[in-house]
Design a protein around this ligand. Structure first.
Ligand SMILES: *Cc1c(COP(=O)(O)O)cnc(C)c1O
Length: 378
């Protein structure tokens, strides 16, 4: 059966990137590869919208999250963490692993991190050396306003803003430099349309100052060592050569297609999916919906696991279920990367049929029709 990934990572692979990854390996210390690596970092700057430093690391997204904590902070320091779901909790766990004391800012279920609450917390505690947030919290489909949060944190000289944009970059508008985002992390298996295994991190001058004085242990992920090497078109360790060839091809494709168009596409598809959900009377979990992923509550009478399983078995449609306490309670449909309107109506039609088979009252075509109307709004 033809399988389609509608999961918020990994996502469908870009054919051009697959071709680029299938050739022989260039040696990573030779000029041909150095050129590709340098071009790749340059194109990443365009996606992050920064003229500052970007590092490419061989790890999944969590590796870059850990690297951000380790490079920026020292044991005994304090940080503010906005938690809108599982990935926010990951920041908390990472802080604890490095002896950093996390102060948790937890908005209600499905709610975004409140910029005003970030401001109050920073004002009340001058020891907060960093603020950690998710631009898109993939586990709940919640988007937070990192532009606003950036405008606040930039006024606090001793605090850096660290943004997990792993699922948001290339899907939502994001301006690293103009918005004052000190560290932004992302990963290859989301909107970049290539397999997992690479992570990216941008570092502002304000963050570098902090990194120079951090006392946390680090070896593989040492930003100072990486920057020195990456400026020369190298990486400190053997890079994931094939993935970088794939990334280079994907970034060329993004440049050609247009980053703004890619973002607008995800926005339109997420709106279409939400319109379908309204028509099908499926509640949305997120009060601040992200472009990257739509989280829908599974009707009580139907098991979430059953719904996910049936979609895969009958239609080859792979969606994500809920994580942690949301297991069996929500399904998540991604609009990330190599994904278009035909995919969107397909997944909605498959969902309608599956819900009907499970005994949920569906007027067939209601969701698809609503999605079509929303699509036509542009
Ligand atoms: C995918 C994702 C991650 C990273 O997870 P890995 O499995 O380590 O790649 C982190 N944060 C968010 C918001 C994500 O969507």
């Amino acid at each position: 059966m033809k399988q389609r990934l509608f999961t918020p990572g990994p996502t469908e692979l870009l054919p051009e990137a697959q071709v680029a990854m299938s050739g022989p390996l260039p040696h990573h210390r030779k000029d041909a590869f150095k050129k590709i690596f340098s071009e790749t970092r340059e194109m990443l700057r365009n996606v992050f919208k920064t003229s500052g430093d970007i590092l490419v690391l061989a790890s999944s997204g969590t590796g870059a999250m850990e690297a951000a904590v380790a490079n920026l902070l020292s044991s005994g320091e304090e940080a503010l963490v906005g938690v809108s779901g599982k990935f926010g909790e990951r920041w908390v766990e990472l802080c604890k692993a490095y002896g950093v004391r996390p102060h948790i800012l937890a908005p209600g279920p499905g709610q975004a991190v409140d910029p005003a609450a970030v401001q109050s917390a920073l004002k009340a505690n001058s020891n907060l050396r960093a603020v950690f947030v998710q631009a898109c919290e993939t586990s709940t489909g919640v988007a937070s306003d990192v532009e606003k949060i950036g405008s606040i944190v930039r006024r606090f000289e001793n605090s850096c803003l660290v943004v997990d944009a792993i699922a948001a970059l290339g899907v939502s508008p994001l301006q690293t430099e103009d918005w004052g985002l000190d560290v932004v992390v992302s990963g290859s298996q989301k909107a970049f349309m290539i397999p997992p295994g690479l992570s990216f991190v941008s570092i502002s001058p304000k963050a570098w100052k902090k990194i120079e004085t951090s006392k946390s242990p680090r070896y593989y992920f040492d930003f100072r060592k990486e920057l020195k090497n990456q400026k020369e078109g190298q990486s400190a360790w053997t890079p994931a050569i094939s993935l970088i060839l794939g990334l280079h091809a994907a970034l060329r494709w993004i440049d050609d297609f247009g980053l703004d168009r890619l973002v607008a596409n995800a926005n339109r598809l997420s709106r279409s999916t939400r319109a379908a959900a309204v028509a099908l009377k499926l509640d949305q979990y997120s009060k601040s919906p992200a472009n990257a992923v739509t989280a829908l509550r599974v009707p009580d009478a139907i098991g979430g696991a059953d719904l996910v399983e049936r979609l895969r078995e009958e239609f080859g449609v792979v969606v994500a279920g809920g994580q942690g306490e949301l297991k069996g309670k929500i399904i998540r449909i991604a609009h990330l990367g190599y994904y278009d309107f035909v995919d969107t109506v397909g997944v909605i039609a498959a969902l309608e049929i599956t819900l009907k088979r499970l005994g949920y009252p569906v007027e067939l075509g209601a969701g698809v029709s609503a999605a079509m109307k929303e699509y036509l709004r542009g």
